[in-house]
Design a protein around this ligand. Sequence first.
Ligand SMILES: [Zn+2]
Length: 285
Amino acid sequence: MEKRVVTDSMIGLELPNIDSWSERVTVVLGQNPGMFTGPGTNTYLVGTSTRPILVDTGEGNDKYMPFLRQAMEERGADGLQEIVLTHAHPDHNGGIDDVLKEYGPLNVTKKPWPEYDGGRELNVIDDEDVVTTEGATLQAVWTPGHAKDHLCYFIPEDNALITGDVVLGAGTTVIPPDGDLYDYIQSLHRLLDFGADTLYPAHGPCIRNAQEKIESYLAHRALREDQILEALKAGIELIPEMVKRIYSDVPEFLHAAAGMSVDAHLRKLLREERVSKKGDRWALT
Ligand SMILES: [Zn+2]
């Protein structure tokens, strides 16, 4: 059987600190490279006025602010309209206080997730809400799965989607233990329906073949699901055993992350009543 659909990865990927991906979208790298963040979190200045929107803030480290300042200067901006967030993971919202210190006070706009929002006062938005600025419109698209509060943003002026952590510039998305792969796959279908040309991901390079990329993400998950069903059919009941079989081509230090992915698939199948679980042991129903 074919082993994998998505063959590229974030490992070793490098991107410029500041780059313009359209006349209204400039990306500023969050300066937090790592195993899961790739070259770091992409933060986006969106709009054509002197007060653009900042989408996501990075994790909050000293190296980021000079690049944000430089990007603002290069586009003739002297302030921000507001901060808009994709979701409440720390590599996206950890930099809020630094940005507020430099450019605040500002609205922080996101879909609430009280357990993760740290008590911060939010400008609440939800699915289909619209945030406008000069030269750009952000249409919120609720895309749970990676995170319960996740919003992507459709920018009709670019026929593009800011995809946050739902679709990445390389490799695939992690579905953490509090994520939901069933929801995630619905979210990918929803993004597909926009017919976007371009994706601006939260990690990795700009994606110019948007539909093909989203379809490859769906194919990747479908293949993994088939592999897991095959393993269950062969009587393999434990996740580490499934990982050994399915991820034989992946270095062992990544097996814990792979286990998380298998677990996400099994929870999806459980929700669909196609598998059962007793303790750590899984079986087909
Ligand atoms: Zn995330």
